[in-house]
Design a protein around this ligand. Structure first.
Ligand SMILES: *[C@@H]1O[C@H](CO)[C@@H](O)[C@H](O)[C@H]1NC(C)=O
Ligand SMILES: *[C@@H]1O[C@H](CO)[C@@H](O)[C@H](O)[C@H]1NC(C)=O
Ligand SMILES: *[C@@H]1O[C@H](CO)[C@@H](O)[C@H](O)[C@H]1NC(C)=O
Length: 464
């Protein structure tokens, strides 16, 4: 019995080998059996496939192909006979005729598309239906042209713009992949009354030149928890060390290595980030650069370095920097963070005395298109269905404040805050937001930190 099984296995193997030898016949069969491309929908009717290939082939030629979507299409006359697998431009380029489309087709920009054809309209996929009409998805997009126009027309005190990095994303994707801070559950408030600050304008970058770090870009990584924490710690360490060291701490080090109860690019908590900065410490951005995820949902990149204790509370890196050009793998640790009251004046005093603070805020749909001015959440989408009006939690770094008079003589107070959507967003990566009114809950949960754990340079350079 066993012998018989083995024999049939060998026969099967032999058959396989033979199949491989007659590859050409096989591929013919395969080609002829394949489900016709035109029935699956020519998704790219403007494509220049045969043209780019440099021409068409007479008769049957199985090599006469061009990559097409996730498969191939043909530019030989055989494809016409079976009308199964011709490239979209076969008829126009090779035959000089119009394609033999099935009767149901849709019109767009003066061209006909047959059923199954698709195109993307901002964040929505439109498909040519059997009824000859385009059927489009109805997602709320991150960039909605009418929203931008409404905001700019009505004059809310800030301007909106289109961002190519947000174009084509849905609002849900924006909220899922561009933010990423969990709102802290505990609400411990210390409510000291602080006297009003005298200054009407303050910018940490003016008081501490060279010590306030530029906004980074979190890409499609839902990890503002890591970006805002490392940014505030970077500024505070630079200020507190009086510029003796000005590290830009690595968000990636937190994203990949602070993984207990944290979600990396799928969101996380700032208290966990502060715990890690205090107990383990991180290296600089130069040493451990941010690598934005290329796919969604994001995979968490493996942790490339940890730190280990080397006595008297100091720590050193367990590995070289995960890149070939940087070898300063000093570990920076922070002091414990503290929560401020939601009092505007206390927050101002803290920034003025000690440097930028971290704040948690609710990001609404209109925040993504912010370009300049003093942001306030607007009501332009109030008449729309609820999927156009959504918000999720984010964290940012407040670096200063000011006030501005409008043409009616009214004074508008604002915070200056750094976002983590790159420098081409907002006012060079920063935004201003209404102050003293808890706009988007930005004054509810504000964190300060004294800075570095001690003044001596505990960093270590790892020799091998
Ligand atoms: C290609 O196919 C079309 C439609 O079936 C037909 O009208 C035309 O004559 C064919 N051309 C050749 C060269 O086979
Ligand atoms: C926004 O920008 C994208 C990419 O730059 C562009 O394709 C799109 O047409 C723009 N949308 C609007 C409404 O201006
Ligand atoms: C983004 O982060 C938030 C906060 O941690 C989390 O609630 C949400 O599920 C995350 N979204 C994704 C897509 O990971």
């Amino acid at each position: 019995m066993l012998k018989l099984l083995m024999l049939s296995a060998i026969t099967a193997l032999l058959l396989l080998v033979e199949g491989g030898m007659s590859a050409r016949t096989q591929s013919r069969t395969k080609r002829e059996l394949a489900s016709p491309l035109h029935l699956r929908g020519i998704r790219d009717p403007f494509g220049s496939y045969c043209q780019r290939r440099g021409g068409c082939c007479p008769g049957r030629d199985d090599q006469c192909t061009v990559p097409y979507q996730d498969t191939i299409c043909y530019c030989d006359l055989f494809c016409n006979r079976t009308v199964s697998d011709c490239c979209p431009d076969f008829w126009s380029h090779c035959l000089g005729t119009t394609p033999p489309y099935p009767p149901s087709s849709c019109e767009r920009n003066g061209h006909r598309f047959h059923s199954g054809a698709t195109y993307k309209e901002n964040c929505n996929l439109c498909t040519c239906g059997q009824n000859g009409r385009w059927e489009c998805e109805l997602h709320a997009c991150l960039i909605e042209d009418d929203m931008i126009q409404e905001i700019n027309r009505r004059g809310y005190g800030w301007r909106a713009t289109n961002y190519s990095q947000f174009w084509g994303m849905t609002l849900d994707e924006g909220l899922r992949y561009r933010l990423g801070t969990q709102r802290p559950s505990r609400t411990i408030m210390n409510m000291n009354e602080i006297q009003v600050c005298g200054s009407v304008y303050f910018n940490a970058a003016d008081k501490w030149p060279g010590k306030i770090h530029e906004p980074l870009d979190q890409g499609n990584c839902n990890a503002s928890w890591a970006f805002s924490t490392s940014a505030v710690a970077s500024d505070r360490i630079s200020i507190q060390s009086m510029g003796h060291m000005t590290p830009q701490l690595s968000p990636q080090n937190l994203i990949s290595c602070d993984i207990r109860h944290q979600g990396g690019c799928s969101g996380g908590r700032i208290d966990g980030a502060w715990w890690y900065l205090r107990r383990r410490g991180v290296v600089t951005e130069e040493c451990y650069p941010f690598s934005p995820p290329q796919q969604t949902p994001a995979e968490v990149a493996r942790c490339m370095m940890q730190s280990r204790a080397v006595g008297r509370g100091k720590r050193q890196a367990t590995a070289h920097c995960p890149n070939s050009y940087s070898y300063h793998n000093n570990i920076y640790q922070s002091t414990p963070p503290y929560r401020l009251s939601s009092n505007e004046n206390e927050i101002m005093k803290e920034i003025m005395d000690n440097g930028p603070v971290q704040a948690i805020m609710e990001v609404h749909e209109d925040f993504f298109v912010y370009k300049s001015g003093i942001y306030r959440h607007t009501d332009v989408n109030y008449h729309k269905p609820s999927e156009y009006r959504k918000h999720a939690t984010h964290s940012v770094r407040i670096t200063g404040w000011g006030e501005e008079r409008d043409y009616n003589g009214r004074t508008h107070k604002y915070w200056i805050a750094a976002n983590s959507w790159g420098k081409n967003w907002g006012e060079d990566g920063y935004f201003r937001i209404a102050r003293g009114v808890n706009e988007c809950e930005i004054e509810t949960f504000v964190i300060g930190v004294w800075g570095r754990r001690d003044f001596t340079d505990t960093g270590h350079f790892l020799h091998n």
